[in-house]
Design a protein around this ligand. Sequence first.
Ligand code: F6R
Length: 241
Amino acid sequence: MQIHIYETPELAAKAAAALIAAAILDKPNMVLGLPTGSSPVNTYKELAKMNREGVVDFSRVTTYNLDEYVGLEGTHEQSYRYFMNANLFDHVNIDKANTHVPCGVGDDPEKNARDYEAAIEKAGGIDLQFMGIGRNGHIGFNEPADAFPDATSIIDLTDSTIEANKRFFASKDEVPRRAISMGVGTIMRARRTLLIATGADKAEAVRGMVKGPVTPRLPASALRFHQDCVIVLDKAAASLL
Ligand code: F6R
């Protein structure tokens, strides 16, 4: 685990964008795993800028997102498909046909999860998985549990995650209770991993990930066993290290 600490969240985002851009330059047809949430927003802005300036080309990149709420269509403003279009895909020269977000609707969410895992495998696996971390140490929607979920599956969200995400919905009752998420195993099978965390409210989770025991009670701690993991932090998120 390589840890880089920056003075501000903006600098951390620039560093993450530079790492992603370098990976695309290295392998223009790469498979890139992506998160939603607040953490990647500035990084996506930087990537869009680099794309506009002609520094990085997304035309041959394929993406797989970490997760999606169960029950939300991609047109719903709080769906992760909507978020990805609005924050990244509409602003870079990616072919939307090559962008994948798990499908949260339909009669058989479990089958959607199995199909998603199989699609990642068929694409040759993920070259670089970018992600954030939840305040409870989750990655993707893999919540603290007794075991690390392996493959993409349907997850019951914890109250703390529902609480954290209610800011995006009209009320807490509207936050979906389930999500479809890549497993910790899916993330660990990525050839490279990159996690960004900024702000003091992530400091405790970051400390646990870096210094605590490797345990499914803090899912991000699994990254300590990843062969090629870069953690990008601002000073506030690194304050308990
Ligand atoms: C989102 C995801 C989540 C978030 C985490 C942090 O696709 O997989 O694990 O990365 O909940 O969320 P923010 O960045 O909003 O603090």
